[in-house]
Write a protein of this length. Structure first.
Length: 305
């Protein structure tokens, strides 16, 4: 990892809400394929992403510290040696799938994924076959053109390539095996520890766009008499309009950020919602509609135009 990114993670403060936690998991999740047992380490944190489930405990703090340590220290993966055969170990549980690619008992990369509700209701045979197809797609850049071994704890899959089509899953997925040179071996679940653990824990994380001018908004509000007055009334619980509220020292009206009709701020907002990639240079109606959902200030429509 880049030294500046390591520094940022080492000094990352403990999240205070779900949004901050998602930001941290979004960054660390980018490197999950390099960390053995990543989803197991992150599990106490991902549990906090559930609705009304955020409660920072000692267990969460311990997982947070372990995850920062795992991300910022030397990785243990080996570089692939294409003169040696690859081993692909796969496993599927009732709610997820996991796989590990290795050579000479040294891991190359890890993979885990949560199953859809529809796939969770499928038979064990279907789930075990599905994880193989997903792992092949994930690691195809390593496996294509090279002979490798697939190890699974579904004994009936040993004869997959020798069987005639008997199930819908075989007809649907068997073409995904074309082009690969492999042999399937049976490995009991109790011996398939790594892939089994990966299939039973998952990461639900994503990154999201954040505005970088909120500090500027706070500074401008202090110099604007009307908005500053409304802010002080809310802080003192003396405001007569119930639609006003306070969050992170900022004033909101009907959950929209209240800002002064400041030309510089409006220019920044227009740039964010129109000119930058997130805005996509949408037309005026769509741009103004999106801005109205997030912000409020007097003479909004006229100022935007």
């Amino acid at each position: 990892m880049d030294k500046t990114k390591v520094e940022a993670i080492l000094h990352w403060p403990a999240p205070c809400n779900v949004k901050q936690l998602r930001g941290f998991l979004g960054l660390t999740g980018y490197y999950k394929k390099f960390i053995r047992g990543y989803v197991t380490i992150a599990s106490p944190l991902t549990n906090l992403l559930k609705k009304d489930g955020f409660c920072w405990t000692a267990v969460a703090q311990d997982a947070f510290a372990k995850l920062k340590f795992a991300i910022t220290h030397a990785l243990v993966l080996a570089l692939p040696n294409f003169s040696q055969p690859f081993i692909l170990e796969t496993d599927a549980s009732g709610i997820g799938i996991g796989a590990i690619l290795s050579q000479q008992q040294h891991p190359i990369a890890y993979f885990s994924k949560k199953l859809s509700s529809q796939m969770q209701n499928q038979s064990a045979y279907a789930r075990e076959m599905y994880v193989i197809t997903e792992a092949l797609a994930k690691f195809c850049h390593y496996l294509l053109g090279h002979q490798f071994i697939i190890r699974t704890d579904q004994q009936s899959l040993q004869h997959l390539t020798d069987q005639s089509f008997q199930t819908l899953e075989q007809e649907k997925w068997l073409y995904k095996f074309m082009g690969f040179d492999f042999k399937i071996e049976y490995k009991p679940g109790k011996e398939n520890v790594v892939a089994d653990s990966l299939s039973r824990s998952f990461l639900l994380a994503w990154s999201e766009t954040k505005f970088d001018f909120l500090d500027k908004v706070k500074a401008v509000v202090l110099n604007d008499g009307e908005v500053s007055k409304q802010l002080q009334l809310c802080l003192a619980n003396q405001h007569t309009d119930p639609h006003f509220s306070i969050k992170d020292e900022l004033l909101y009206w009907k959950k929209r950020l209240v800002i002064p009709a400041n030309a510089s701020l409006i220019k920044d907002i227009l740039k964010e919602f129109h000119s930058l990639p997130i805005g996509g240079h949408a037309r005026i109606v769509r741009t103004t509609t999106r801005i109205k959902r997030e912000f409020y200030w007097p003479r909004m429509q006229k100022d935007i135009r």
